[in-house]
Design a protein around this ligand. Structure first.
Ligand SMILES: [Zn+2]
Length: 149
C-alpha cells in the first residue's frame, strides 16, 4: 500500500548538491530532491486540466489549445513521487507504509517554471551523515546563514 502525504509543494530556491537543475518534468524512474528528502519519480501526467489559478497564465500565453502538450510547454502537469530517504514527511497513520506525493506544477510562462533537483541516472546522491537529509541539509543551511550574518 502506498499513501499520499499532505505536503505543501510550493517551489523553493534550494539547490541539492550533486543534482542538475531542470525546469521541465523529471524523467520517470529518476531520483529528485525536495522538502529535505529524496524521491523517486513514479509517473508524470502531462498535461492535466487547468485550475482557476492557471487561467490567467493560460490567457497570457494566448489561450493555447486545451490539453495538448505539444501546443504549449507551460501546461500544468503532475508528478507522482515515492519517498526514498531523508526527512520523512508526516504520516498521519504512522505505520511505516511507503509514502508518495503528487506534485502538481501549475501553468507557467517562460522562466517561471518550477525547478527540479534531478540526481544523475546512477541514483547516487550526497547524504548528510548527521541527519540523513540530502545535502545541503537543514542544519547546513542554518549554519551557512549564521556565518553570513
Ligand atoms: Zn544534516
Amino acid at each position: 500500500m502506498i499513501r499520499a502525504t499532505g505536503i505543501d509543494w510550493r517551489s523553493t530556491d534550494w539547490r541539492a548538491l550533486g543534482a542538475e537543475q531542470i525546469d521541465h518534468a523529471p524523467p520517470e524512474g529518476r531520483l529528485v530532491a525536495f522538502h529535505r528528502a529524496v524521491w523517486q519519480v513514479r509517473a508524470v501526467v502531462l498535461p492535466v486540466a487547468l485550475e482557476a489559478r492557471d487561467v490567467p497564465v493560460w490567457e497570457a500565453a494566448g489561450r493555447p489549445d486545451r490539453l495538448t502538450a505539444d501546443t504549449w510547454v507551460g501546461w500544468p502537469y503532475l508528478v507522482d513521487a515515492l519517498w526514498v530517504a531523508g526527512h520523512r514527511p508526516v504520516d498521519p497513520e504512522g505505520d511505516g507504509h511507503p509514502l508518495h506525493a503528487f506534485v502538481r506544477v501549475g501553468a507557467r510562462l517562460n522562466g517561471g517554471a518550477r525547478r527540479w533537483n534531478l540526481y544523475p541516472p546512477t541514483g547516487r546522491w550526497p547524504r548528510c551523515s548527521c541527519c540523513g537529509e540530502p545535502m545541503p541539509c537543514h542544519a547546513d543551511q542554518l549554519a551557512a546563514r549564521a556565518a553570513a550574518a
